[in-house]
Design a protein around this ligand. Structure first.
Ligand code: PLP
Length: 365
């Protein structure tokens, strides 16, 4: 039995009629940029996931950019970022002229190590971007304790963690701002680009709303520098169709993860950590193995798709060569990049496929 790494087909075939009807209604009403679909989505997203409010924006990258603008990061400021994440986690820092300062991850969870955060702090440190990587919340109590001690602005990159909870509360409500992505491959994906911004702070949420549309307080009056970060109506229309399914999709991801955790027994493999403090939404199910490339080849031979997420940490990317890091700077992130392999993980996988993935992993020699 084969299993692709990811197939967006089944979900979109199942929702085809409903999604196309929603898109037609948006088309007929010419609600193209913001408008009722976006407002409905913002309300539904916030109320179903437990946020005081939410703002639809045009990508997760934009949401992070907005957060860095609101934080007031700028030239001379250092912002701590984990090096094992998608590059966009660090882009906002760079866009506002501040400097990403990397701090290593924990081996078990792939998330920012609170001790490494503390060690990275200098008098110039103004903030930290925490990533809830692969859907597992980072250690927010410890991270917030360090952040409070040093007066840091905390941004939570929740692009992979929609629906994830830390000690019962939703990811994105611990720091000053939380950012989401609705890129099609994310747990809640649009049919194109999209993102959201949340904050427990009313002042931050209000400022994000202004920045989203050119810093416009009143029509054609611009009090602060903003941008064009609007979510489009078509994406919101599709997201409104998908949002009610998110709880069952998340439950299915967790059930697949439980099957993998119970069924995979491979010498030398490390499976995702299941800490008591957090409920992962398993955006990815990423394992590590010292002979990762051979394992991947074996799985490909069994018809099992895999991906490398992520093969090169941020501090070793050419775009950040100017920051002065090198190989050996962040051993845990480098170990993760060299040994990680992500297994098929999407709600439409069948039980037989999940079983076949585990069996194929176990058959590796
Ligand atoms: C996808 C992703 C982003 C960027 O989101 P886009 O909507 O693609 O701009 C940022 N951070 C992480 C961790 C992501 O996975």
């Amino acid at each position: 039995m084969k299993a692709p790494f990811l197939d967006l087909g089944p979900q979109h075939r199942a929702l085809r009629g409903e999604a196309l009807a929603a898109l037609a209604a948006t088309y007929d009403a010419t609600r193209f940029c913001l408008g009722k679909d976006v407002e409905d989505f913002e309300r539904g997203f916030a109320s179903s996931l437990g946020y005081p409010s939410a703002l639809g924006v045009n990508s997760g990258t934009s949401a992070l950019h907005i957060a860095c603008m609101i934080a007031g990061f700028g030239p001379g400021d250092e912002i701590v970022v984990p090096p094992f994440t998608f590059i966009a986690t660090a882009w906002g820092v760079t866009y506002v002229g501040a400097r990403p300062v990397f701090a290593d991850i924990e081996d078990g969870t792939f998330n920012l190590d609170p001790a490494a955060l503390e060690a990275a702090i200098t008098p110039r440190t103004k903030g930290v971007i925490v990533v809830h990587l692969f859907g597992l919340p980072a250690r927010m109590d410890e991270i917030m304790a360090v952040a409070r001690k040093h007066g840091l602005f905390v941004i939570e990159d929740c692009a992979q963690a929609v629906g994830a909870r830390y000690k019962g509360a939703p990811a994105g409500l611990f720091g000053d701002a939380g950012t989401f992505s609705f890129y099609p491959t994310k747990n809640l994906g649009g049919c194109g680009e999209g993102g959201a911004f949340v904050s427990r702070r009313a002042d931050v949420a209000a400022k994000a709303r202004l920045i989203r549309v050119h810093g416009m307080e009143k029509r054609y009056h611009h009090g602060i520098v903003g941008g064009n970060f609007r979510l489009d109506g078509f994406q919101a229309a599709v997201l409104n169709v998908k949002l009610p399914h998110l709880p069952s999709w998340t439950a299915r991801r967790r059930s697949i993860a439980r099957s993998y955790l119970a069924g995979i027994r491979l010498e030398g493999a490390r499976l995702p950590a299941v800490p008591a403090y957090g409920e992962s939404v398993y955006h990815q199910f990423t394992i590590t193995h010292p002979r990762r490339d051979a394992l991947r080849e074996h799985l490909a031979g069994c018809g099992i798709g895999t991906d490398l997420i992520y093969p090169l940490p941020l501090h070793l990317q050419r775009c950040f060569a100017g920051l002065g890091y090198g190989k050996g700077s962040f051993p845990a992130a480098e170990r993760a990049a060299e040994t990680c392999v992500s297994l098929p993980m999407f709600p439409e996988l069948s039980d037989d496929q999940v079983h076949a993935v585990a069996e194929a992993v176990n058959a590796f020699r």
